[in-house]
Every structure is written in structure tokens, then in C-alpha cells.
Design a protein around this ligand. Structure first.
Ligand code: THU
Length: 155
């Protein structure tokens, strides 16, 4: 099957999906809503949102939830782009603000698992909740010298 590209689908479409996912953030403790969207090689989009816990340290980030969902669909190796947005919740629960939100360190390592499996670097589109700014970073730039299968003698 021919692979779609992020240019074909549009960064705005992927970011809109991330923003829509943030609506469902379970973040009553931080009041910081994050949405993530993964573009798969066939054009499908898989989303995730942060899922906090009263035992704070157990909280899951949006990107990790999205990647676990892709994995549950047998699609971890098909991820070709990632989008993230987030911010402090407004009165309607949606993220607000003009600060660009990018993946935390743990999420970078989790994204790396998909990249390693697919044998490709991944573009990560990081956006401010109000849409005023978008940054594109390659995973390899956000997580240089990543720990991966090679470190376990598996690649
Ligand atoms: N969060 C994410 O969902 N993704 C990140 O990459 C950074 C942080 C969430 C975790 C927590 O629910 C809230 O944002 C505040 O840290």
C-alpha cells in the first residue's frame, strides 16, 4: 500500500486531532490538558490524552497513551508523524495559552520505540493551544543518543 505523507494529510489536520483529544484529558490535579495525535502510514490517525491519577506519579501522558493505543491496534510500526498540543485548562476544559508544548523526556523515549520499530526518524509537531505557534522537531534532535534495541544487542 502507498504510504501517505504528512504534507498530503496536512499538519493542521493532525494538530486538530490532537487538540480534539485534549478535550477528554483527565487532568483534575494539574488542570493541564494535553492531546497527542499519531499519523499512521495509511492515513489513519490515533489519538491520546493525558490520564492523571490521584496517586500523582501514576499519571500517563497523552503521547504515551496514543502510542499504547497504536500498539493495541498492531500499528506501532506504522507511525509516521506525531503532533502534540496542550495548556492550562480553560473554563470549558480545553487547553489554553500561547506556549508551545512538546513531549516530556519519558514520552520521547516511548516515541523512540515506534521509530526504532519502523526504522525511521519521526517528525514531531508541537503546538501552542491557541494555534499561534507550531514547531517541527525530529525525534533524533529531541532525543539524541536514545537508548534502544542496539543497547540490548538486538539491532
Ligand atoms: N503531560 C503530557 O501529557 N505530555 C507531556 O509530554 C508532558 C506532560 C501531562 C502530564 C500531566 O497530566 C500534565 O501534562 C502536567 O504535567
Amino acid at each position: 500500500m502507498t504510504e501517505v505523507s504528512i504534507e498530503e494529510v496536512g499538519v493542521a489536520v493532525l494538530l486538530d486531532a490532537a487538540r480534539a483529544a485534549a478535550r477528554h484529558a483527565h487532568a483534575p490535579y494539574s488542570r493541564f490538558a494535553v492531546g497527542a495525535a499519531l499519523l499512521l502510514s495509511d492515513g489513519a490517525i490515533v489519538t491520546g490524552t493525558n490520564f492523571e491519577n490521584a496517586s500523582y506519579g501514576l499519571s500517563l501522558c497523552a503521547e504515551t497513551v496514543a502510542l499504547a493505543t497504536a500498539n493495541a491496534q498492531g500499528r506501532l510500526a506504522d507511525v509516521i508523524a506525531v503532533a502534540v498540543t496542550g495548556g492550562t485548562m480553560g473554563s470549558d476544559g480545553m487547553p489554553t495559552g500561547s506556549t508551545v508544548v512538546g513531549p516530556c523526556g519519558r514520552c520521547r523515549q516511548v516515541i523512540n520505540e515506534a521509530a526504532e520499530l519502523a526504522g525511521r526518524d519521526l517528525p514531531i509537531y508541537c503546538a501552542a493551544a491557541d494555534g499561534s505557534a507550531v514547531e517541527r522537531h525530529m525525534l533524533s534532535a529531541l532525543l539524541p543518543h536514545a537508548f534502544g534495541p542496539k543497547d540490548l544487542g538486538l539491532a
